[in-house]
Design a protein around this ligand. Structure first.
Ligand code: BES
Ligand code: ZN
Ligand code: ZN
Length: 494
């Protein structure tokens, strides 16, 4: 979505629609917009629109201002506000407008929302508008291509940086969403590797692909075990953003990229299994974040590693009880082939640790248990470094994505003991699924490297259409990771 700026007043913007955010019944407009405020208040009055989070309404402006329609979108009350609600309100407004056939939108260059800086407002509203314009139409043979949408921030603008960032991040989100939403027959490990190569060439990242031969040579027994039941070759995809700071240690972002998780021999129930095409979404978040980082020319070197494999119950598949060896030399008793993400991540984290990183952050749709714990309201974050975890939670709050910390007690590690190998891939007690998965991963992080794990199984996709987003991938965590890397630019992580 093209985003422009204009210093002409909002009432003079000749666009299809003007978007006004509401906190409850208060229009969030900068001082001086009295005509528009009056019109918005009049239209909203007695309409049933109460400015609740997710609420939206569209009114014709009947020539009272230059824009043809007024879209009001609610962010709810101040008590329950978080930045994600502003991004969603913007997405909801554009999505509603698009459904009504509108294509050009305008909104205020700033808004008084408690706790949201002018730059954050521009980033959230701009990025949200881009996201709201997204539709996955790759397979709709009859679909007519809608004309591209555009957005104009109107009013006084001191600094355009946040608006440029919103446009770049919006583009990164939209292009990756088209891969993230592809089904398993199209988004194979190889196809994702090819896509990553092209994206890297376009954005100035370097890209290295390790196929099964190279993975075997390196001793990556985890990812190979997961992929061995599939006819599709597993790939480790390594993207590098060099950065200008040559002294800095790199940040490593790791993403679980299981292109389809059938469970393997420990087969999943048939109902809903099709959603497991979204088991690649950790990798998709990393792919998006790498694109954002490249486009913002971050000083910090950042490396993205995607462990891409398909988990299938073929005749060569790993069996429950098999013992494999991960990249770091640890042996793993695979008691459940459906706990495959951690096997892929074990190798990817091991490879990342070799790069002497300042920190490793992995993102994965790792456990159904995180859905029990947090639903789709937040992702879980766990790790070995409280500072890193706090920074990620803070970056998430700014970026509109909620992270909630779960503990990583020693009991969880103890629960992974195996009688036959160094560690088992599932626990004996069956409890605390999200924390024990993280405890497993911790075994592959060398001492002294700050590490955090983000479980996005509850937040990575929406099963049905929501006001703010098309059904499918949300690319959750991409925004947080980009925000966290921005933070490193200001305050170098040690
Ligand atoms: N990909 C799943 C986790 C998942 C479940 C993601 C539901 C999204 C929605 C993962 O590979 C898995 O199957 N985990 C098992 C682990 C168990 C066997 C220890 C789970 O969570 O049930
Ligand atoms: Zn699984
Ligand atoms: Zn999985």
């Amino acid at each position: 979505m093209k985003i422009t700026v204009s210093s002409a007043p909002l009432t003079e913007q000749k666009k299809d629609a003007i978007i006004v955010f509401f906190q409850g019944l208060e229009a969030l407009l900068p001082n001086g917009n009295t005509t528009l405020k009056k019109l918005a208040d009049e239209l909203v009055k007695n309409s049933g629109f109460k400015g609740q989070a997710g609420q939206v309404a569209l009114f014709p402006t009947t020539g009272k201002i230059a824009a043809r329609q007024l879209i009001v979108a609610g962010i709810g009350d101040s008590k329950n506000f978080h930045n994600g609600l502003l991004e969603r309100a913007s997405a909801t407004a554009v999505r509603t407008g698009r459904a009504a056939g509108l294509k050009s939108f305008t909104l205020a260059s700033k808004a008084k929302i408690g706790g949201v800086s002018e730059a954050d407002y521009q980033l959230l509203a701009g990025r949200g508008a881009c996201w709201g314009s997204y539709e996955f139409s790759v397979y709709k043979t009859e679909a007519k291509k809608k004309a591209a949408a555009s957005l104009t921030f109107a009013g006084e603008i001191k600094n355009r940086a946040a608006i440029k960032t919103a446009e770049a991040q919006g583009a990164a989100l939209l292009s990756t969403a088209d891969v993230a939403n592809l089904p398993g027959n199209a988004a194979t490990p190889e196809a994702i590797a090819e896509w990553a190569k092209t994206m890297a060439a376009e954005t100035g990242l370097s890209c290295q692909i390790l196929g099964e031969k190279e993975l075997a040579k390196k001793g990556c027994g985890g990812i190979l075990a997961v992929g061995q039941g599939s006819a599709r070759e597993s790939k480790m995809i390594i993207l590098k953003h060099a950065g200008t700071n040559k002294q800095a240690k790199p940040i490593v972002l790791v993403g679980k990229t299981v292109t389809f998780d059938s469970g393997g021999i420990s087969l999943k129930p048939g109902k809903g299994m099709g959603w497991m095409r979204y088991d690649k979404c950790g990798g998709m978040a990393v792919l998006t974040a790498m694109q954002m980082i490249a486009r913002m020319n971050a000083d910090t070197p950042v490396i993205g590693i995607l462990g891409a494999a398909e988990n299938m119950p073929g005749s060569n598949a790993i069996r429950p009880g098999d013992i494999i060896k991960a990249y770091n030399g640890k042996t793993i008793e695979v008691l459940n082939t459906d706990a495959e993400g951690r096997l892929v991540l074990a190798d990817a984290i091991g490879l990342g640790a070799d790069m002497k990183p300042a920190a490793i952050i992995d993102v994965a749709t790792l456990t159904g248990a995180v859905i029990m714990a947090l639903g789709s309201a937040a992702a879980a974050v766990l790790g070995n470094d409280e500072t890193l975890i706090k920074q990620l939670i803070q970056s998430g709050a700014t970026a509109g994505e909620r992270l909630w910390q779960l503990p990583l007690y020693k009991e969880y590690t103890d629960d992974l003991k195996s009688d036959f190998a160094d560690i088992s891939n599932i626990t004996k007690s069956n409890g605390a699924g999200t924390a024990t998965a993280a405890a497993f991963l911790q075994e592959f992080v060398p001492e002294g490297i700050p590490w955090a794990h983000i479980d996005i199984a509850g937040t990575a996709w929406n099963e049905s259409s929501a006001p703010h987003q098309a059904p499918g991938a949300t690319l959750f965590t991409a925004r947080t990771l980009a925000q966290w890397v921005r933070l490193q630019e200001q305050d170098s992580f040690s």
